[in-house]
Structures are given as structure tokens and as C-alpha cells.
Design a protein around this ligand. Structure first.
Ligand code: ZN
Length: 430
């Protein structure tokens, strides 16, 4: 009776532990798998491509910068040419104005001389008139009468009277005429002076315009100098990036060739093994199809799934799940054997930050099986393995939170991931 109670208590306790374990591993066991490269060579190619893309982007930017700067320089040069053309136009106008100013100055000088001569004539006439008036006032009426009476004939007298009156009339008329001449010349001279002043004002304005344009040209030429330096710098960078790009492209090609050579070698091994098996007639017949059970065997002892293909749960992994997770026989205990799902060549055997100790096997149907998070590996790259061969021990290396095997299938070494379940015997359970 007492033993029965103890047994019941023990059974309940164990059930509770088991239930808790199940919950714990369901939550924590799935590994966070995201897109990872097969090995160092693939990593190298990916990095080279990334570097190449970065360089190409920098090259595009540099080329755009060169084009932009050259456009700016061309625009600035066009503006300078336009300014120089304007300056030439202004200079032509200034030259024309200078010719006109010279001509006007010459005329002004001529008028200056004419005016001086006319003024001299007027002065002379005025002096003569003053002498004659003085003479008439110095002699009295009698003298004037005597002058007339002394005339030997009436004609002579009349002539003399007429002469005297004409003398005064002449003086008056001459004075007016001389004065008019002086005034006319002065007026013409003033007109010419006004023309001159107007021409000089026009020239001053053009001089200012020319100075402004000269200043702009000097400024723009300075900008052109800076732009030329910038273009040279940008072109130097562009050239350097172009050279880099050529080098990077060559490196990518070299790596791609290495990868292709390696894949060819894997295929050669597969073909060689297939031929050997056919000759020995001992190898299991290999199905050509990708589907159907029988081709792949279940890769470990436990058939308990803990995570399905294409599962998406951001709390446990980045991106979708590229395979199925198979829990350990005893949850949390590492060391279960892991078997090759079919004959094939080991294309990857090593450590990866995400997949941990992993193995990739290429089969002659073109599919690649992946085995991740192993505690240790028993095979190496290039090795041919048989279906069911022990290749590693289950573990929890890489991005894993508990002992399990992540089993995946890719359509070729660089192919896309597909659901492994349809390719396996239907033995799994949850
Ligand atoms: Zn997984």
C-alpha cells in the first residue's frame, strides 16, 4: 500500500518533469537558421560580390560627380564667353564714343579759335567806333558845321553829311553783326560742349558696365579654376574605382571558377562512385527522381520533430526555417548518431557560426542534404559516403538552443531550400 502511493507519487513527478521538458524544448530547441554560405569559398564570393557592388556604386557616384562638375564648368565657361562677348561689344561702343569725343573736341577747339578771332574783330570794331565817337564829341557843332561848309561842293557836303551819318550807322551795324557772330559761335561751342559732356557721360556708364563685367569674368574664371581642380580630383577617383572594379571582377571570376572547379570535382567523384557501384553491381539502385520515399533514409534515431519547414517565428529565429528540426532521443542530451541520408559526396564539412558543425552531402539526383549543429564530425570535404554511414554526432553547436539535428534539403549546392519531409519515410511525429 505504502509502495503503491510512493509509486504513484513518483509516476506523477516523472510525468510532470517530462511535460515540463516537452514545453521547454518545444519553445527553446529550434535553431535560428538564416541564409548562410556553404563554406569559405562561397563566403569569399559573397563578400567579393558585396565589395564589387559597393565599388560599383561608388564608381557610379564618382562618374555622376564628374559629369555634374563638367556640366557646371561648361555652364560657367558659356557664361564667361557670353560676358566676354558683351565686354567686346561694350569696348566697341567705348571706342566709337572715344572717336566721337575726339571729333567733338576738335570742333570745340576750332570753334574756340573762331570765337577768339570773332571776339578780336569785335574788340577792334568797338575800339574804332570808340575813337570815332570820341572825335565827334571832341569837336563842337561849329567844327562839325565847318567840316561840312569846307566842302567844296554840295555833293561833297552831302557826301560828307552822308558819310558822317553812315559812319555812325556803320558802327552800329558792325557792332551788332560782330556781337551776333560772337554769340553764334559761343552758342555752337556750347552745343558742342553739351554733346561732348553727353558722350563722356555715356562712356562713363559703359566704362562702369565693362568694369562690372570684367569683375564677373575674373570671378567666374576663379570658379572655373576651382571646378577644374574638382573635376581632376573626381576623375582621379573615378579612374581608381574603375581600376578597382576591373580587379574585383577578375577576383570574382577567379573565385567563381574555383567554385565551379570544385563542383565539377564533386560531380566527378559522384560519377566515379556510380560507375564503380555499377561495375561491382553491389550498390543500391539509385532512383533518378527527386521525390518519393526510399531514396533518402531518416538521418537519425529519434523521429520527434520540434520545428517544421518554413516555420516563421521571429521570437526564435531570423527569417523562415529552411529545414526540419529533429529532437534528441533524450531531450537535451547530445551524441545521437547522424547518418548520411543517401550515397553522396561531402561538399561541406566544417564549422559555421549559424549551422555549427555542419555537413552537406551532394547526391547524384542533384539534391544536397544538410546536417547542422553536430557536436562532432566524422567526415571531410570531398569524401564519398554511403547511405546510412555515420557522419557525425548530434549536438547544439552554432545558432542552437538545445540538442537537435537540423536536417535540410537544397536543390543543388546554391539552390533553394525545399521541404525535406516528402523525400523522407513517413516516420516523424510531434
Ligand atoms: Zn532547424
Amino acid at each position: 500500500m505504502r509502495r503503491k502511493i510512493l509509486f504513484k507519487f513518483f509516476a506523477c513527478f516523472m510525468a510532470l518533469i517530462f511535460a515540463l521538458s516537452c514545453v521547454f524544448y518545444t519553445i527553446y530547441e529550434p535553431a535560428k537558421i538564416k541564409e548562410v554560405k556553404a563554406d569559405a569559398l562561397d563566403d569569399q564570393l559573397a563578400k567579393q560580390k558585396e565589395t564589387s557592388e559597393t565599388n560599383q556604386k561608388a564608381l557610379d557616384d564618382a562618374s555622376a560627380e564628374v559629369a555634374k562638375l563638367k556640366n557646371q564648368a561648361a555652364d560657367t565657361q558659356a557664361y564667361v564667353d557670353q560676358l566676354n562677348s558683351m565686354i567686346n561689344g561694350i569696348q566697341t561702343k567705348i571706342n566709337e564714343l572715344n572717336s566721337k569725343i575726339d571729333a567733338v573736341n576738335q570742333k570745340i577747339t576750332e570753334k574756340q579759335n573762331e570765337l577768339a578771332a570773332a571776339q578780336e574783330d569785335a574788340e577792334k570794331q568797338y575800339d574804332a567806333m570808340k575813337l570815332r565817337i570820341k572825335f565827334m564829341y571832341e569837336h563842337n557843332q561849329e567844327s562839325y558845321l565847318a567840316l561840312i561848309l569846307q566842302s567844296q561842293s554840295i555833293g561833297e557836303m552831302m557826301n560828307k553829311v552822308e558819310y558822317v551819318s553812315k559812319i555812325s550807322d556803320y558802327d552800329r551795324q558792325m557792332l551788332i553783326r560782330y556781337n551776333d557772330t560772337v554769340n553764334l559761335i559761343a552758342a555752337v561751342k556750347q552745343e558742342l560742349q553739351d554733346d561732348h559732356d553727353s558722350l563722356v557721360a555715356d562712356r562713363t556708364e559703359l566704362d562702369t558696365q565693362k568694369q562690372v563685367n570684367d569683375y564677373l569674368v575674373s570671378q567666374k574664371n576663379q570658379e572655373l579654376g576651382i571646378l577644374d581642380t574638382q573635376v581632376a580630383t573626381a576623375e582621379k577617383l573615378e579612374t581608381q574605382l574603375k581600376e578597382n572594379q576591373i580587379k574585383l571582377d577578375a577576383e570574382i571570376e577567379a573565385t567563381a571558377n574555383q567554385i565551379a572547379a570544385r563542383e565539377a570535382e564533386f560531380k566527378r567523384i559522384l560519377a566515379e562512385q556510380a560507375a564503380a557501384a555499377a561495375a561491382a553491381n553491389s550498390g543500391s539502385a539509385v532512383s533518378a527522381g527527386n521525390t518519393g520515399s526510399g531514396y533518402f533514409m531518416w538521418p537519425t534515431i529519434s523521429t520527434r520533430l520540434t520545428a517544421d519547414f518554413n516555420e516563421y517565428d521571429p521570437s526564435v529565429r531570423v527569417g523562415i526555417h529552411h529545414g526540419i528540426d529533429i529532437g534528441a532521443v533524450t531531450p537535451g542530451v547530445v551524441g545521437d548518431p547522424v547518418y548520411a541520408a543517401a550515397d553522396g559526396v561531402v561538399v561541406v564539412a566544417g564549422y559555421n557560426w549559424s549551422g555549427g558543425n555542419w555537413v552537406w552531402i551532394l547526391h547524384d539526383n542533384g539534391l544536397v542534404t544538410l546536417y547542422m549543429h553536430n557536436t562532432s564530425l566524422l567526415v571531410s570535404q570531398g569524401q564519398y559516403v554511403k547511405k546510412g554511414q555515420l557522419i557525425s554526432y548530434m549536438g547544439s553547436t552554432g545558432e542552437s538552443t538545445g540538442a537537435h539535428l537540423h536536417f535540410g534539403i537544397r536543390q543543388g549546392i546554391s539552390g533553394s531550400y525545399i521541404d525535406p519531409k516528402p523525400y523522407l519515410p513517413k516516420v516523424w511525429h510531434w
